[in-house]
Design a protein around this ligand. Structure first.
Ligand SMILES: NC(=O)c1ccc[n+]([C@@H]2O[C@H](COP(=O)([O-])OP(=O)(O)OC[C@H]3O[C@@H](n4cnc5c(N)ncnc54)[C@H](O)[C@@H]3O)[C@@H](O)[C@H]2O)c1
Length: 347
């Protein structure tokens, strides 16, 4: 019989349920325990999956010797404490993004990972979104030439679903860190680590929130690539992460919610299978992609494979902290009205 990774999940609401259901249907994973402090969430878990151990206290889940890997889908401010405790208890950990709200917390998480010798992966889910995976592949193949400008965004309307008691309403949770980390991580993954950032924020949509709700930032990436990240948590439109990658020989427009990516490309040849028959780079070539905005199945699979094969995780804690470092620099730039050189952690 195939060995299965035995999982425990903490947090059983929006992201938690997606992870829990992905674990339950994966042939190489077993759902051993779920914890949510809200018993009503556990009732919903019972309706959706079979799980032998349900807890309202996360310490109980972490103590369970059957659990070998823990998925953390709880508010950002709890990531550090639960990660440290789970690593200490000998579990591998997949922690939701952002890794934490401050660099100090990220550092403590990495220290615990080193000290206890278990895996820590950060759930930067854009790296598992089919549209972004295809975009990265085409850029690496040189299909649009050399990159010169990259842009992404996190544009969401938090006012719709979230009341004032939501954990996101927190002066420590800059939208650029909480949500913007998705756009930053996507650009880092494709264009490398930006070294400079200038950001501006304003506060016009969610005026009763304790943080600015819109930030726009300009970044400088290696190889003289320019970049832009736009973050809004009060925008009046549907949520997407529209992203554009401009190269010297073409352009790719993509997002996390469409059934295709658009590629504009010069120098087309008939033998080029993906782009056969297309001649004019002003006409978009629409390449179909599966829509999977939250590909928790793919993310978990990659985490579980590392455990089964005893390999390091792909989205490391170092990567998670580097993404937070860019976000922290954006907040600092917006607050000070100054350009900030981004300080990355020591590996
Ligand atoms: N990867 C993505 O695309 C994505 C999308 C949304 C949210 N997130 C991240 O996922 C995490 C969870 O977000 P969400 O949208 O699922 O939040 P949510 O508010 O919908 O759910 C959080 C759950 O955690 C439970 N919880 C809170 N404190 C707890 C505790 N001490 N012990 C046990 N359970 C506790 C709550 O009862 C709730 O059910 C956050 O870190 C968030 O930033 C990631």
């Amino acid at each position: 019989m195939k060995r299965k990774v035995k999982f425990g999940a903490v947090g059983a609401s929006a992201m938690g349920l997606l992870h829990i259901q992905a674990i339950a249907r994966h042939p190489e994973m077993e759902l051993v325990a779920v914890c949510d402090k809200n018993p009503a969430r556990l009732e919903i878990v019972k309706e959706k999956v079979d799980c032998p151990n349900l807890y309202t206290d996360w310490h109980e889940l972490i103590k369970n010797p059957e659990v070998e890997a823990v998925v953390l889908c709880i508010p950002d401010g709890l990531h550090m404490e639960m990660t440290e405790e789970a690593l200490k208890a000998g579990k591998d950990v997949l922690c939701e993004k952002p890794m934490a709200l401050t660099l100090e917390e990220c550092e403590k998480m990495r220290e615990a990972e080193k000290k206890y010798g278990h895996r820590l992966m950060i759930g930067q889910i854009c790296r598992y979104t089919p549209a972004f995976i295809l975009t990265k592949k085409l850029i690496e193949q040189g299909e649009i030439g050399e990159l010169y400008f990259v842009e992404s965004e996190y544009a969401h309307d938090y006012s719709v679903a979230r009341g004032a008691d939501d954990w996101r309403v927190d002066p420590r949770r800059e939208p650029y860190i909480g949500g913007g980390c998705h756009a930053v991580d996507l650009l880092r993954w494709i264009a490398g680590d930006p070294y400079e950032i200038t950001a501006y924020s304003n506060h016009k949509c969610l005026t009763d929130w304790p943080v600015n709700d819109c930030t726009i930032s300009i970044l400088r990436f290696p190889n003289d690539v320019l970049g832009k990240v736009f973050v809004s948590i009060g925008c009046k439109r549907d949520y997407t992460m529209r992203s554009v990658f401009y190269g010297t020989k073409g352009t790719i427009i993509c997002d996390n919610k469409s059934t295709h990516i658009s590629v504009y490309k010069t120098g087309l040849k008939d033998e080029d299978s993906l782009f056969a028959g297309k001649r004019d780079y002003t006409i978009p070539i629409k390449l179909p992609v599966e829509v999977d905005n939250h590909n928790t199945y793919g993310e978990l699979e990659s985490f579980a494979q590392c455990i089964l094969k005893d390999e390091p995780v792909p989205t490391t804690s170092y990567d998670g902290e580097c993404t937070v470092a860019v976000c922290v620099a954006a907040a600092e730039s917006a607050a000070s009205n100054k350009m900030v050189r981004i300080q990355y952690p020591v590996k």
